[in-house]
Structures are given as structure tokens and as C-alpha cells.
Design a protein around this ligand. Structure first.
Ligand SMILES: [Zn+2]
Length: 169
């Protein structure tokens, strides 16, 4: 009996010691859902308000920007895949993540072709390229041509993405 209690204590202790990064962070509304069978484009703002937090809604569905250096994935480089917080689509991989020094998670490329939608954004007197999730139209951030130098000697892209729009697996 004492041994059993000891084993339980060790198990519980180990569970708490596992770093947060290694645990799955699937949003509640995506758990046990076949996300590729949902028509995400049909979802309206009231649906998004009901499943997202206020901050997630503001950034993903209302084109907001999280404060620099405030996001969960700003300084995270452990292996994993980054998915859309709204619809679960695979968007970026840790293999293309780099430290841009900007305060937002930055990637040189998308995880797959066609998962990103590019939209010209002329707000704030600038011309930038907004990036959205192609599947659910969530705002993710912007892409710039000034990423790290690649093997071909040319700068790669810099996808500057809000942490709050992603979850990591
Ligand atoms: Zn999405």
C-alpha cells in the first residue's frame, strides 16, 4: 500500500515537472473534431466570439496585433508544429522558426503549400502583405522579404506571426 502511494506520488510529481512545451495545447473547440471536415468559412463572428478568448478574437478575427515580446511562442524553439488557433490547420513548423528580434514568432516559410492566403494591406500608410489562414481566413500576421540569408545567398521570407493565433503540438 505504501509502495502504491509512493508510485502515485512519483507519477503526479513527474506530471507537474513536464515542461509546458511538451504538452499538447489543443484549443477546447478543436478537441475530438475532424477539422478537415468542417466548413470553416461558414463560421460567423458570433461563433468565433463563443470559442475564442477576447485577445484571440481581437487578433485572429478583428485583425489586431498582440504586444511584442508578450506572446507564448516568442522565444520558443523546441521541435513541434504550429497550427491555426481557430481551425487547427497546420501552418508552420519549428524547423523554419528563427529569432527575428521583433518580439513576434518568426518563420521563413509555411509548413505546406497553399495553407496561407496573402492579402495586400495598406493600413497605417504602409503597403504590407497580410497573411491569413487559407482554411478559415484567420488573420495571422504579415510577411516581409527581409528574413535570414538562405543557402542561395539571398534573404528568405520573414513571416511575422502573432503567438495568439497559433497553438503548438
Ligand atoms: Zn485557420
Amino acid at each position: 500500500m505504501r509502495l502504491l502511494l509512493l508510485l502515485i506520488a512519483i507519477f503526479v510529481g513527474v506530471k507537474f515537472l513536464i515542461p509546458r512545451e511538451t504538452m499538447s495545447e489543443i484549443p477546447k473547440h478543436l478537441v475530438n473534431l475532424k477539422t478537415d471536415e468542417v466548413n470553416w468559412k461558414e463560421k460567423d463572428q458570433s461563433y468565433w466570439r463563443s470559442v475564442l478568448t477576447e485577445e484571440e478574437f481581437k487578433v485572429c478575427r478583428d485583425h489586431g496585433t498582440e504586444r511584442p515580446f508578450s506572446g507564448e511562442y516568442c522565444n520558443t524553439y523546441a521541435n513541434g508544429e504550429y497550427r491555426c488557433k481557430c481551425c487547427g490547420e497546420l501552418l508552420f513548423s519549428s524547423s523554419s522558426k528563427f529569432d527575428s528580434g521583433t518580439g513576434w514568432p518568426s518563420f521563413t516559410e509555411a509548413a505546406k503549400k497553399d495553407v496561407i492566403k496573402y492579402v495586400e494591406d495598406t493600413s497605417y500608410g504602409m503597403t504590407r502583405t497580410e497573411v491569413r489562414c487559407a482554411r478559415c481566413d484567420a488573420h495571422l500576421g504579415h510577411v516581409f522579404p527581409d528574413g535570414p540569408i538562405g543557402r542561395d545567398g539571398k534573404p528568405q521570407k520573414r513571416y511575422c506571426i502573432n503567438s495568439v493565433c497559433l497553438f503548438k503540438e
